[in-house]
Write a protein that binds this ligand. Structure first.
Ligand SMILES: [Fe+2]
Ligand SMILES: [Fe+2]
Length: 475
């Protein structure tokens, strides 16, 4: 493991300079990446000096270096967590064998697909968020947006490195494809549904980083168990960065709730009209945004029953969340798991082979984690003496993938008729009016230490900076 070499064009701890072919291939990809960043990265921000955290190595001192940087000069590097030469595969049919340092021929197509699908989400989210800088509620938030964006860019680099190093010609083609697809494009969209949805406003951004970046966490955790060691090591390091993205979402929503609760108490009202007149985000609207982002995100885990999921597990490509901490045989043959299906107008549980239900297993782990953060939001309401509680909808609500796809289910888990759905959906999902109202709140606040009316300031600055710190300098 070498330290980062600053003379390298591409900072790395993978001895890139010793593999000239790979180095050249990545150096050829780099200008295309930068072109993509200038076309599709944060809108109208190329010249800003942004207080960013840059990773220059994977050790505790090196992975979070703070300083003002122009985003196109951010050092997008390739970092893998340290390896263990003796590491063994700890699940699936190859359990007990040595972890793979290269891709076994028979798993090449599946691994490539897994890496490309993960890689595709990274630039997709940058594209989705590219206009948000124009309506940031504060310099602090603007900086956090840009931090998330540059790190998603680095995550793309992480996946492109694996494609170039381990997948030859096909890998190089896929790496180009990752720069060619566009979020929401009718002809050449990103691979996964949620990554083609718009992120039009900051409430959506905070919901996205809370819910959808958390999907990222669970996918990365499953890949961090992989028998393909370079994938395991690269995703482990990505997870250290992902934690900040989820923090941005959780604290962002928490600050929205805090501000709304403050106005509710000040005006002694929960009347939506009065609260909107006061310029804050009413709790029913927040709930509808939660319903939307939660349901769209849990679709990302895939079909509840999937033979691919079984194959990925048994062949050692993708483990379960915290595979190593589980107390079973890590092979799972003959075990079962409960999934939900709709039958005669009711949701019922159905027992299926666990190997086929591993998407559902990961989804359920994700749901547990999501619920915990929503409970922390409820503490803010509790503290303010407000009785209403936010909650994630039933997992059968508003689904578009798997057995529940298209079944009309209310947020509390009742199968409803088409007519009831149509009559009530405006109370369950953000309406055009909700979105227009949220859009009307978005206006740029860039004076250091000032915040838009609809959101409370953070408890603490980034890297303990003071409240009026100039996180972004516009020049
Ligand atoms: Fe990411
Ligand atoms: Fe992320």
């Amino acid at each position: 493991m070498s330290e980062m070499n600053y003379s390298d064009k591409i900072p790395n701890n993978v001895n890139l300079s010793e593999d000239r072919t790979l180095q050249r291939a990545l150096e050829q990809w780099q200008p295309n990446y930068l072109k993509w960043w200038s076309d599709m990265g944060p809108d109208d921000s190329q010249g800003f000096d942004v207080y960013l955290r840059t990773a220059i190595s994977v050790d505790p001192q090196g992975w979070a270096q703070f300083g003002h940087v122009k985003m196109p000069d951010y050092r997008w590097g390739i970092f893998l967590n340290p390896g263990d030469a003796e590491r063994k595969i700890h699940f699936g049919d190859h359990k007990g064998e040595k972890a793979w340092q290269d891709v076994p021929g028979e798993h090449r197509a599946n691994l490539r697909r897994i890496i490309v699908t993960q890689g595709d989400t990274e630039p997709a989210s940058v594209e989705q968020q590219r206009h948000l800088g124009l309506t940031a509620p504060s310099l602090y938030d603007l900086r956090n947006l840009f931090q998330v964006n540059v790190e998603e860019g680095r995550h793309l680099w992480a996946m492109v490195y694996l494609l170039h190093k381990h997948f030859g010609r096909d890998g190089r083609d896929e790496a180009e494809g990752l720069l060619e697809r566009r979020s929401g494009d009718a002809n050449n969209p990103r691979i996964l549904g949620a990554f083609n949805e718009a992120t039009p406003d900051w409430l959506s951004f905070f919901m996205f980083t809370y819910f959808t970046d958390r999907d990222g966490k669970y996918q990365l955790c499953a890949l961090a168990e992989s028998a393909f060691d370079p994938l395991a090591r690269t995703t482990k390091f990505m997870l250290t960065e992902e934690a900040h993205h989820m923090f941005v979402g959780e604290s962002g929503i928490s600050r929205v709730i805090q501000r709304t609760a403050q106005k509710m108490n000040e005006l002694k009202t929960d009347d939506v009209g009065k609260l909107r007149a006061a310029g804050v985000i009413d709790l029913p609207t927040l709930q509808r945004y939660i319903n939307f982002h939660f349901s769209v995100t849990i679709d990302l885990f895939g079909s509840d029953e999937s033979s691919n999921a079984a194959t990925f597990y048994s062949s050692g490509l993708k483990g379960r969340f915290e595979e190593g901490k589980r107390m079973d045989d890590h092979v799972l043959k003959g075990q079962t798991y409960k999934v939900i299906v709709a039958k005669d107008g009711q949701l019922v549980e159905k027992e299926v082979p666990m190997l086929n239900a591993l998407n559902e297993v990961l989804r359920d782990d994700y749901i547990k984690d999501s619920v915990a953060g929503v409970e922390r939001w409820n503490k803010v309401l509790d503290k303010a003496g407000i009785a209403l509680r936010l909650r994630v909808p039933h997992k059968a609500f508003h689904r578009n993938i798997g057995a529940l796809s298209g079944v009309k289910v209310s947020p509390d888990g009742r199968v409803v008729s088409e007519a009831e759905w149509n009559a009530t959906v405006g109370q369950w999902l953000p309406s055009t009016e909700d979105r227009a109202y949220i859009a009307s709140l978005m206006g740029r606040v860039v004076e250091p230490g000032k915040f838009a009316n609809w959101i409370a300031p953070p408890v603490m600055g980034i890297n303990r900076q003071l409240a009026d710190f100039e996180y972004v300098r516009f020049n």
